[in-house]
Ligand binder design. Sequence first.
Ligand code: GDP
Length: 294
Amino acid sequence: MFENLSEKLEGAIRTLKGSNRITEVNVANTIKEIRRALLDADVNYKVAKDFTDSVKEKALGQKIQIAVEPGQMLVKIVYDELTQLMGGTKQDINLSGNPAIVLMAGLQGSGKTTFSAKLAHYLKKQNKRVLLVACDVYRPAAIEQLKTLGQQLDIEVYSEPENKNPVEIAQHAVEYAKQNKYQVVIVDTAGRLAVDEEMMDEISRLKETLQPSETLFVVDAMTGQDAVNTAKAFYDRIQYDGVVLTKLDGDARGGAALSIRAVVDRPIKFIGTGEKVGDLDVFHPDRMASRILG
Ligand code: GDP
């Protein structure tokens, strides 16, 4: 992932090579190239513009340091700005409550069910007692998918195949969790192919009733600008706490990772890097910035 972006940023910064200081004139071209690299990576236009304006301002404001080359100085500025753009510091999932409730939201195919299982596995490794809840009442296959994953991981999956009311199922699951001393309840919900009222109503009713300590919006990074638009549409309705960016192992160009935080002001907390249950990473903005800069 991000190979193209890395290469283009490197190329852009290289245009400063040979100059012994940063000036308005020689930095202008580099800044233009950086902006182009971001737009090519599908970064939202306004985000790319604000980003490069800020890099330019910082670069021109830097005192000349004899020991540091302008290229190196710019790399450091771009690194800092990328880190800030992605949220600055790592943000942890909030697991307060007894049990703690984690609610998943997102479109169908975004990776909610897979991520629910990944998160359950991740928390189980930290010795937490986790219950998974299948609340997709429209697709029996989704319930089966979660049950299969639960079996593989030896994690219990709560479902009520005859019940078509997700709010009721989730409430029963929380009661069940209390009785059985589960510490974390992960609620996987139904998604649809596009944002629609019915799905939004359902997820907001679930959020209102359950009062989860953490609501996570799951989104496919490969969908680029669409990912950002969907993130905004969900945020306007349910003010989720964090974002999970999935499929970063594919040929995602990076735009979603770089734009989401600026557009919805919610941190990316986890990334999905494969189909397997262990393919989950906690999101560290600084590490991602290093990775992008190669
Ligand atoms: P849901 O409809 O939101 O529950 O989505 P699923 O969890 O069923 O995932 C949809 C597809 O994406 C499945 O084929 C998953 O194996 C795949 N998937 C989910 N997360 C990732 C990921 O991080 N990387 C890759 N390559 N595939 C993923």
